[in-house]
Design a protein around this ligand. Structure first.
Ligand code: SF4
Length: 389
């Protein structure tokens, strides 16, 4: 029985949430329209919020990844869009003004090249119809070079999901895939392509965290290498969620706190000038869950504090817990014209004062240390979300 196009859209949109970009999951961002699980908010190039049409071309898959709802041996409704169907839907939503861009992904069937070719044809129809906006395309593992190049010409951002840290852990998640020769090699190709002819949105990858037994230290060490050696723009951390009727259904979900700490540590590496060796891990090799990674570092290095807000260099200000990239820029701009004297001045700029006060002086004045810095995670998450903007 052929399903209506609306039902296909609903199902394939819902399934694409397993390929989450940005911090959709972490921040619990909701689809833009009620009953439209295929429209998700994302951060655009100018820091603005854009709605992405996010859908799978098909959920038919030849692979059997242990965690995935689309794995071959799982009984479920199998659906596919023809390139024309998918392109028409996207253009319809775009013309209505409900979406600004496209995030196109797919399961792998009948084999990687054919699945990617279908995605390419979809993109081609969309571009030929005059759409000039943002397109993020997922490159499937094992796809040939000529096809990657063709897809790159029509995309603003490409991603290829590495899944996990190395071969050992991959065998616990995706037994059909090869870490080095397939996933890493594929990502290297994207990196090379991006250096030859830079994509507007660069390249990204995603790791499933919290189920294969990898430590946060291993995860962040890989991310650090990817940033430095392959010039990846973003590594996304997708906390494991058990799916019914999969081999990992009995495993506990990864806590959103673990995912949040990974993102915070990742920010420190990418944007705050921290080195991997400076991150503090517990004896199991994981980040401390109770405190954010910058606060843990600051407590371990009292010799770097207090920092005088009115005179410290940017690098030092950025090391103060509770001061983010944006609040740091604001402090530097404003202090050219006036001296900061009271904590309230900082609060107005977005500084989390309850965190920062123990590590700063204002015009030479110390503030009494708070015994406990109780900062709700929601506030911490908010800080990082805005810092990304
Ligand atoms: S390749 Fe693996 S993760 Fe991707 S859709 Fe197929 S089973 Fe799922």
């Amino acid at each position: 029985m052929e399903l209506s196009i609306e039902k296909k859209l609903f199902n394939l949109g819902k399934l694409s949430r397993f390929d989450v970009t940005g911090m959709v999951r972490l921040f619990g961002l909701k689809p833009y329209l009620k009953d439209a699980p295929f429209i998700y908010p994302a951060v655009g190039f100018k820091g603005n919020c854009i709605n992405l049409f996010k859908v799978l071309q098909t959920n038919l898959c030849r692979y059997n990844c242990f965690y995935c709802s689309n794995r071959q041996s799982r009984k479920c409704l199998r659906l596919s869009f023809s390139p024309y169907e998918l392109a028409s839907l996207f253009l319809h939503f775009y013309k209505k003004g409900w979406v600004d861009g496209l995030f196109l992904s797919s399961a792998i069937y009948p084999e990687p090249n054919k699945a990617q070719e279908n995605m390419y044809i979809t993109l081609n129809i969309i571009r030929k119809a005059g759409f000039k906006g943002y397109i993020h395309t997922v490159i499937l593992p094992g796809v040939e070079d000529y096809l990657i190049k063709k897809v790159a010409q029509l995309s603003d951002r490409l991603s290829l999901n590495l899944e996990t840290v190395d071969e050992r852990y991959l065998s616990k998640l995706s037994p059909d895939k090869k870490f080095k020769n397939e996933l890493l090699e594929g990502l290297k190709k994207l990196s090379f392509l991006n250096r030859e002819k830079p994509l507007k949105g660069g390249i990204t990858t995603q790791l499933v965290v919290g189920v294969a037994g990898e430590t946060d230290e291993e995860t962040l060490s890989l991310a650090d290498k990817l940033y430095k050696r392959l010039f990846i723009d973003r590594v996304y951390y997708s906390g494991f969620t058990p799916v019914k009727d999969t081999p990992l259904e009995g495993k506990p979900a990864c806590s959103s706190l673990r995912e949040a700490r990974l993102y915070q540590a990742d920010f420190l590496l990418r944007r705050y000038g921290f080195k991997l060796e400076e991150l503090v891990f517990d004896k199991e090799g994981n980040l401390y869950k109770e405190l954010d990674p910058k606060l843990v570092w600051a407590k371990k290095h009292p010799e770097n504090f207090p920092v005088e807000i009115n005179t410290a260099e940017k690098e030092k200000l950025l090391r103060v817990p509770g001061i983010g990239l944006i609040s740091c820029e604001r402090i530097i701009k404003i202090r050219k014209g006036k001296r900061f004297r009271v904590l309230e001045d900082l609060r107005k700029l977005g500084v989390i004062v309850s965190k920062a006060r123990n590590f700063i002086t204002l015009n030479g004045r110390f503030y009494p240390a708070l015994k406990k810095e109780v900062v709700p995670l929601s506030k911490e998450k908010q800080l990082f979300l805005w810092e990304e903007l």
